[in-house]
Design a protein around this ligand. Structure first.
Ligand SMILES: [Mg+2]
Length: 219
């Protein structure tokens, strides 16, 4: 059985956890290409995630040419939305996810989704989500994105859940890092972009093949 002994909520990452992963490496490359074209030096963005590449590129350009910065930001943000929406059209949640979520809710456990994807893509991939999920915090719903724990905190607050009595489930190191920062019980899944070692190093106390058996493990 999985601690905590009385679980308030289970928070799920979306891509790679409840649904097939986006090609994040390709998406990042397309944003980097735009950023290079805008003249931003590589040391400004080289170690950053996609959204943070755009923020850093915007800030660098803004100090030099506000109009160009605004144009770059609008173009880059639209590009990630276009990629997400194109992928969403061909994607559904993994078979068995809805039964697992129903099983958790039957135990009066609240369900949250915390994702760096946009809300419109989640709604396209999981149109009946309201039957299974109590609160969704997508990229456009929050000021601070995970690995910033405030992304998870917004969701926990909407659910009325205590972090130390809640579980964070995800395929990403940043999911485990954000959950660990809040003393949540972090469970990694192998349906996305990381292996067991990477997830454990990021704070997972347990790693599962997928999330489909979760309702049988949580007490
Ligand atoms: Mg993920």
């Amino acid at each position: 059985m999985i601690e905590p002994s009385s679980t308030d909520a289970v928070l799920f990452d979306f891509d790679g956890t409840l649904a097939p992963n986006l090609d994040l490496a390709d998406m990042r490359q397309q944003i980097v290409n735009l950023t290079v074209k805008a003249g931003v030096p590589s040391n400004i963005y080289e170690s950053l995630y996609i959204v943070e590449v755009i923020e850093a590129g915007y800030e660098w350009l803004e100090a030099r040419d506000a109009d160009q910065a605004a144009h770059y930001q609008a173009q880059a943000n639209q590009k990630i939305i276009d990629i997400e929406m194109a992928a969403a059209e061909a994607t559904e949640v993994f078979p068995g996810v809805k039964a697992m979520l129903t099983g958790l809710r039957q135990r009066r456990i609240k369900i949250g989704i915390v994702t760096r994807n946009c809300r419109a893509a989640i709604e396209a991939i999981f149109p009946d989500r309201k039957k299974f999920v109590d609160a969704l915090h997508a990229r456009d719903d929050v000021t601070h994105l995970k690995p910033d724990p405030r992304h998870l905190l917004d969701n926990l607050q909407a659910l009325g859940a205590r972090p130390e009595h809640s579980i964070m489930v995800g395929d990403g190191a940043l999911d485990m890092q954000a959950g660990t920062a809040l003393n949540m019980h972090c469970i990694g899944v192998l349906t996305g972009s990381n292996d067991t070692t990477a997830l454990r190093q990021a704070g997972a106390v347990r790693v599962l093949e997928d999330c489909l058996s979760l309702h049988n493990l949580v007490i």
